[in-house]
Design a protein around this ligand. Structure first.
Ligand code: GSH
Length: 235
């Protein structure tokens, strides 16, 4: 059995989708990030950056294996099962390229755009413009890549699973995908998969629907070093 430390956000969906696609048995452990569960000492031992998703795999010989960072988790699960990843060396190198691309580019920049659009106080025009431009630039990277293939590595893989969630919520972030027709068709193909629907629906009723923002939630927003250390000391 795999323990999935999870909250229903795009970063969480990457792993719930992969577990559903791979038909691996898992036990969902909610990490209520608005309430500060990410600072629990037991969780920090698994995920030292105090972010979900994370997993603990008990289905191994010897001691359970913990993994944090969505790219590392997807790579671990694909290697464990031999599925959703190319088996040749160059194909595996390409899988890693797209995992790194997502976690270093599309993910953090989309996350910042989401922050300034959904959670920050009004009047953040420059920040919204900057991060919307970066979000769209990353959509353009996907658009070019999909010019000659249906999925990022040719066949459907963890590279698609990691890039999909932040495209799924494109509408509130940037409006329509009309300027990115291949991305739009790719998104629709992935969205249609039953395992993807199940992954995205996991704990859907607990999504933050505007209750938390930068002004009323000091646990989740504007953490500095001292805040991080303090929050983890208090837990
Ligand atoms: N690079 C990380 C990002 C994970 C991440 O940002 N998780 C957010 C929720 S979407 C989180 O746990 N936030 C808690 C916090 O910031 O305190 C990954 O890809 O796994």
């Amino acid at each position: 059995m795999i323990d999935l430390y999870y909250w229903p956000t795009p970063n969480g969906w990457k792993v719930s989708i992969a577990l559903e696609e791979l038909q691996l048995a898992y036990n969902t452990i909610p990490v209520e990030i608005g309430a500060g569960d990410q600072f629990d000492e037991a969780f920090l031992a698994i995920s030292p950056n105090a972010k979900m998703p994370a997993i603990v795999d008990h289905d191994v010989a010897g001691e359970a294996v913990s993994v944090f960072e969505s790219g590392a988790i997807l790579f671990y699960l694909a290697n464990k099962t031999g599925k959703l990843i190319p088996q040749d060396e160059i194909g595996r190198k390409e899988a890693l390229e797209w995992l790194f691309w997502q976690t270093a580019n599309q993910g953090p920049l989309a996350g910042q755009l989401s922050h300034f659009v959904n959670y920050a106080p009004e009047g953040q025009d420059y920040a919204v413009q900057r991060y919307r431009g970066e979000y769209q630039r990353n959509l353009a990277v996907l658009e070019r890549r999909l010019a000659s293939r249906d999925y990022l590595l040719g066949e459907y893989s963890i590279a698609d699973i990691i890039a999909f969630p932040w495209v799924l919520i494109a509408k509130p972030l940037t409006g329509s995908l009309d300027d990115f027709p291949r991305v739009s068709a790719w998104r629709a193909r992935i969205k249609d998969r039953p395992a993807v629907r199940r992954g995205v629906d996991l704990l859907k009723n607990r999504q933050n629907r505007g209750q938390h923002n930068a002004q009323n939630n000091r646990v989740l927003f504007n953490q500095g070093a001292e805040h991080f250390l303090q929050a983890s000391r208090e837990k």
